[in-house]
Design a protein around this ligand. Structure first.
Ligand SMILES: Cc1cc2nc3c(=O)[nH]c(=O)nc-3n(C[C@H](O)[C@H](O)[C@H](O)COP(=O)(O)OP(=O)(O)OC[C@H]3O[C@@H](n4cnc5c(N)ncnc54)[C@H](O)[C@@H]3O)c2cc1C
Ligand code: HEM
Length: 349
């Protein structure tokens, strides 16, 4: 179906092909899956309204114009009709068309309300390997890029993988010199993470797109906070901690930072320095596969449930999709209300 969908788009509008990565493994084609997921979320408009608007802002990096939404919407409907078989009906057709239109309108509204550049060129000014597969990068966009602590944005490494974008969380609260840190783990044969960790050097250029995500601090809340981070999921949490240091006096903050072994607790020293400077902050590092490690052992989620009670806290969870899912399940068993939990799971891909 994905093959058919893309063929319809590229036949009807050959210029659109240049927006997509050079190599498109159909098994891994991302746009169709993303649209289907978005359509399935249409019954929960409040939750996804801001997401779709920021996705529209983000899509300005592809130079998407309103007609492209029509081309993609028509290809979606043609592909659905062709592959759904006899079950397909007028009602389905209309429902998918309506849902797609709602989403496209929100994305277009987000894009047209945005006066920022469609993307920012940024120079890598520091690159530091912290373990065999983790690097910390500092980049400086050439123009001001406003974002909130806890947000993420799309990154492209044009020198190695042009037109391939992946999302990374900014690891610091906004600074006056406009620089931004990223914590990246190279995933297997992963394209962008592999390039960012193993190939990119100081002086290289990246492109960044519009900031997204709602994992930001609610300054009106007076509740204590628990951050749960798995691996480089620490990145947005580091930004939120920096943000807290600018105003927090009264909220106790616990960070549960989990990784396989102590090498993968790649930024523990700086967290411990922060904890020494701010009495409201405590750090609990956890290793799941490090026999000689003297600290907490097991999964970060199991450790979290040994402490507590947590029913009155605000929660922020960040890490792999599996880690986030497990933590959400545990928090639900611990009776933490869903409205107090914020997360942006790292993608499955
Ligand atoms: C909101 C959000 C924030 C994020 N923030 C961060 C962050 O701060 N730091 C961070 O490190 N990551 C973060 N991520 C994850 C990041 O976006 C990427 O998903 C990750 O870096 C992998 O991208 P990639 O291009 O390297 O891998 P991809 O090329 O997309 O591959 C991903 C995985 O699939 C495997 N694979 C590749 N090709 C194939 C194939 N043909 N068949 C089967 N398997 C294959 C790879 O080996 C790898 O394991 C975040 C994700 C989200 C959604
Ligand atoms: C309802 C409309 C749309 C939605 C919900 C949507 C959503 C998304 C999302 C979430 C991704 C990222 C997927 C991932 O990396 O896992 C994506 C990728 C992409 N989108 Fe859209 N999109 C829409 C319309 C469009 C249109 C109209 C265009 C322009 C033709 C477009 C071009 C792209 C491109 C080029 C990619 C990158 C694909 C890749 O890397 O393989 N999108 N889209």
């Amino acid at each position: 179906m994905a093959g058919y969908f893309y063929a319809r788009i590229f036949l009807n509008n050959p210029g659109v092909r240049d927006m997509f990565p050079v190599t498109m493994d159909v098994q891994r084609a991302r746009l169709l899956g993303a649209i289907v997921t978005a359509v399935q979320s249409v019954d929960d408009p409040d939750r996804f309204d801001e997401y779709l608007r920021s996705l529209g802002r983000d899509h300005r990096k592809f130079q998407v114009v309103p007609e492209h939404y029509e081309v993609v919407g028509a290809a979606l409907l043609e592909a659905m009709r062709t592959f759904a078989g006899p079950e397909w009906s007028h009602e389905y057709d209309q429902a998918w068309r309506d849902a797609y239109d709602v989403i496209a309108r929100k994305m277009l509204a987000g894009a047209s309300a945005d006066s920022n550049p469609a993307w920012w060129h940024a120079e890598v000014i520091a690159h530091e390997r912290r373990s065999s597969d983790i690097a910390m990068l500092t980049v400086r966009p050439f123009q001001q890029l406003e974002y909130r602590a806890g947000q993420y944005l799309s990154v492209e490494v044009p020198k190695f993988h042009p037109r391939v974008w992946r999302t990374y969380s900014v690891a610091n609260a906004p600074r006056t010199d406009n620089t931004m840190d990223f914590h990246v783990r190279a995933l297997g044969a992963g394209w962008v993470s592999g390039a960012l960790v193993r190939r990119v050097q100081a002086g290289d250029l990246l492109r960044l797109a519009a900031p997204m995500g709602t994992m930001v601090l609610d300054r009106r809340s007076t509740r204590d906070i628990v951050f749960v981070a798995g691996g480089t999921g620490l990145s947005p949490i580091k930004a939120l901690l920096e943000d807290l240091t600018t105003f927090n006096r009264t909220r106790w903050v616990h960070v549960f930072f989990g990784a396989r072994n102590r090498d993968d607790l790649y930024d523990l020293a700086s967290l411990q320095e922060m904890a020494a400077a701010y009495p409201w902050l405590s750090i609990v590092p956890v290793c799941s596969e490090d026999p000689g490690w003297g600290g907490e052992e097991g999964s970060v989620t199991d450790t979290l449930s040994r402490f507590g009670p947590w029913m009155e806290h605000d929660f922020f969870v960040s890490g792999s999709p599996m880690m986030v899912r497990t933590t959400l399940r545990t928090l639900s068993q611990l009776k933490v209300p869903q409205t107090r939990i914020r997360y942006d799971a790292f993608s499955e891909h």
